[in-house]
Design a protein around this ligand. Structure first.
Ligand code: ZN
Length: 382
């Protein structure tokens, strides 16, 4: 058996004369092997830790491929957003929002549930495996129909989805500003995804059925439980384990992290049957998942400079002061510092990196066990 690695380049339609961007896709294993995993990095192109993970993961998969150990289909897109990574402004990459329209590259993915339901409802039967195949084909045909898209941002979204919606495992690699490693995934995918959390060593896993922003991972996973709800007479399992892994903070870029995170993802793939060989014993789950609705977004009430009193990973309780906001312009010395207190309690898992506050800016997030009332439909920050 020969190595299976294939490298493909997908050209994104030109948005400006003389400029053509490309997506590089690395494929291992056989198509239609019955198991497909899809992993991408840098959808938010200014979040570098995923690229380093990819560097080490490619090394591991190349070795496994040479040793003929790839047993599933594995698709990697090591740089998922060539548009965002070219957006330099004020001396740095601005890869979160598309310059052209201001839209977040990880929001507003197309919702295909109703179209797919119309296409499959008369064809579904009692066999969940057949139902999965029918639904995946319908998703792919909707995306194919939408493909003649000239806008490069929409083309990118369509292309990334076309490579991933038929996968059993979809991993989208991101990072936060200052954070510990944490994971977002679907409520119906827990505890199935607990091996991913345990292997990656995450202390925070945030669950939602619908986070409200149509991010990439949910475009792959949410359709399954939505269809199961619309068409309850047919067995429709949550067939795509899609997760967003936040690889700590924006400056947590090192060979050590890249190497160990890639090794953990590789072990996860091994345990799930994509690579032949015995996976080591699953590490202990450090913390159970909590609802995304339980995340307290700590907001500043005034302008000033933020001095945090708590560290990432601290367990905090209601009433604790998490940060001081310093305003050197206040006349009254007592008014020069205001406090930001925790209202609910939980694990502090992310902070802003630039330390500037303005009223209503979210400066930190705390993962609590219970849903917080009145969160509304939009659970993600913009
Ligand atoms: Zn991101």
């Amino acid at each position: 058996m020969l190595p299976t690695k294939l490298i493909e380049e997908i050209e994104i339609p030109s948005a400006s004369l003389g400029n053509n961007r490309k997506l590089k896709v690395i494929r291992y294993g056989k198509k239609n092997s019955g198991k497909k995993a899809y992993i991408q990095a840098g959808l938010h192109a200014d979040e570098p830790p995923g690229f380093v993970l990819m560097h080490y993961l490619i090394k591991l998969l190349d070795e496994a491929d040479k040793a003929q150990k790839i047993t599933g289909e594995i698709v990697l897109v090591p740089v998922a957003n060539p548009i965002g990574i070219s957006q330099w402004q004020d001396g740095r990459v601005q890869g979160r929002f598309e310059f052209f329209n201001g839209i977040n590259f990880n929001r507003n993915y197309p919702e295909l549930t109703e179209r797919v339901a119309t296409l499959v409802k008369k064809k579904l039967g009692k066999d969940p495996t057949k139902n999965i195949r029918l639904i995946r084909n319908a998703q792919l045909s909707c995306l194919e129909k939408d493909r003649p898209i000239v806008d490069e941002g929409d083309f990118l979204k369509n292309t990334l989805l076309s490579m991933s919606v038929d996968a059993d495992v979809v991993i989208d690699l991101h990072c936060d500003y200052e954070a510990n490693l944490h994971i977002y995934t679907g409520t119906p995918l827990w505890p199935d995804a607990a091996d991913l959390t345990a292997q990656m060593g995450a202390r925070v896993t945030l669950l939602a059925r619908n986070s409200g922003g149509e991010p990439f991972d949910e475009a792959c996973s949410k359709i399954w439980w939505e269809l199961a709800e619309i068409l309850p007479e047919h067995p429709i399992p949550p067939a795509c384990l899609a997760a967003t892994i936040e690889l700590r903070g924006i400056t947590d870029v090192s060979h050590q992290y890249g190497k160990s995170d890639a090794a953990n993802l590789f072990t996860f793939l091994k345990r799930r049957g994509y690579v032949r060989g015995k996976a080591p014993k699953l590490p202990r789950l450090l913390k159970d998942a909590t609802p995304l609705e339980g995340v307290e977004q700590l907001k500043a009430k005034s302008a000033g400079v933020v001095i945090f009193r708590k560290e990432i990973g601290d367990v905090v309780k209601k009433g604790d002061i998490i940060a001081d906001i310093v305003n050197p312009m206040a006349e009254d010395p007592a008014g020069r510092i205001t406090y930001v207190r925790c209202q609910h309690g939980g694990l502090l898992f992310t902070k802003i990196v630039d330390r500037y506050a303005k009223p209503n800016r979210v400066i930190a997030k705390i993962a609590g066990k219970a849903p917080i009332k009145g969160k509304g439909k939009h659970l993600l920050t913009f």
